[in-house]
Design a protein around this ligand. Structure first.
Ligand code: SF4
Ligand code: ZN
Ligand code: ZN
Length: 322
């Protein structure tokens, strides 16, 4: 296998493009894909401060790394979910990258601020862990971006992630979710920060290859709550199809984006400020405040003391973010 650009030994094969590259020319290809996503979808410019949500995994660290290399103003935000050793190790990886690169990293500490981790939120409110976790992450990165004046939040979701979500939404015809699945969700509404996915053009194998080539030390273990997740099943199904017909994921997701307008006709419900925290919501109190208040109530009942969960009830805006 030879590099398409220089004819040297290739290290990364990209079957969906019928091509292969050496490390140097793969990095060039990768950079170009990311730039095309950012510029083509008008995600942000080099004048914007971008808040990158950094879990400590390969995609988010690769995103932070490539944005910094390409000259964007990218600050990391790690959200400590409080999921035992997995969260501790994830935070260590994010902090080690930041220290090694001299990059600015903010930490939002859910157990530190709210007195419970996302699994306890889930148990107390009858949600599954991933639902409470997703809600908490969306809430926190929006709040941190607003509080600190970042106009845009970037996440490391890649082509495989987006294709798997799309497959799930299509299998269950979740038209509301289809209407909102896009590489850019422009804030537009007060208190809602623009969200972007600069890796929507790059496959998971490619972000992994980039991370390895760049020597990025990321957490390899999956979150224990991901075992049995439907999204992994959809990814496996798509991997099988991709194996037999390279380009399947790309044609599924990019094809959807070309036709997505018809789903966007669904009216977005009007947003207003949560009466407790000021974050955008369709009801009087936002879903995150409802969840934390119910969890606090449960804790009070369990401990039989009205003060037992005082830190939760506050749900302060700046809290543990540093
Ligand atoms: Fe959160 Fe679920 Fe992902 Fe774990 S698998 S980090 S609980 S969304
Ligand atoms: Zn080459
Ligand atoms: Zn709220």
């Amino acid at each position: 296998m030879r590099c398409r650009k220089c004819g040297g030994a290739a290290s990364v094969e990209i079957r969906r493009h019928h091509t292969a590259f050496c490390n140097e020319h793969f990095t060039e290809f990768f950079d170009r894909q990311v730039e095309r996503a950012i510029e083509g979808e008008r995600m942000f410019t080099r004048d914007d401060r971008v808040l990158v949500v950094v879990s400590g995994g390969k995609d988010s660290l690769a995103l932070w790394d490539v944005l910094r290399r390409l000259g964007y103003q990218a600050t990391g935000l790690h959200i400590n979910l409080g999921i035992g050793e997995y969260s501790q190790e994830s935070q260590r990886k994010a902090e080690a990258y930041a220290a090694g690169q001299g990059a600015e990293l903010l930490i939002a500490d859910i157990p530190g601020e709210f007195g419970m981790n996302v699994e306890e939120f889930a148990r107390a409110t009858g949600r599954v862990s991933c639902s409470a976790c997703g809600l908490s992450k969306r809430y926190l990165f929006n709040r941190v971006a607003l509080d600190l004046g970042f106009p845009v939040v970037a996440t490391g979701h890649n082509l495989d992630d987006e294709a798997a979500v799309l497959l799930g939404n299509l299998l269950h015809w979740q038209t509301e979710y289809l209407a909102r699945q896009a590489p850019v969700l422009s804030g537009g509404e007060p208190h809602l920060v623009k969200k972007v996915k600069p890796f929507y053009r790059t496959a998971e194998r490619e972000t992994a290859a980039y991370a390895v080539i760049r020597g990025i030390d990321y957490i390899v273990e999956e979150c224990p709550n991901s075992v049995g997740a439907k999204s992994l099943l959809y990814k496996e199904a798509l991997n099988l199809l991709e194996q037999a017909a390279p380009g399947t994921k790309q044609s599924l997701y990019w094809g959807f984006l070309e036709h997505a307008q018809r789903f966007r006709a669904v009216d977005d419900p009007a947003l207003r400020a949560c009466v407790h925290c000021g974050q955008p919501t369709t009801s009087e109190v936002c879903a995150f405040c409802r969840m934390t208040e119910r969890a606090a109530e449960r804790m009070r009942i369990r401990k039989g003391s009205p003060e037992a969960s005082a830190p939760l009830a506050g749900a302060g805006r700046q809290g543990q973010t540093r």
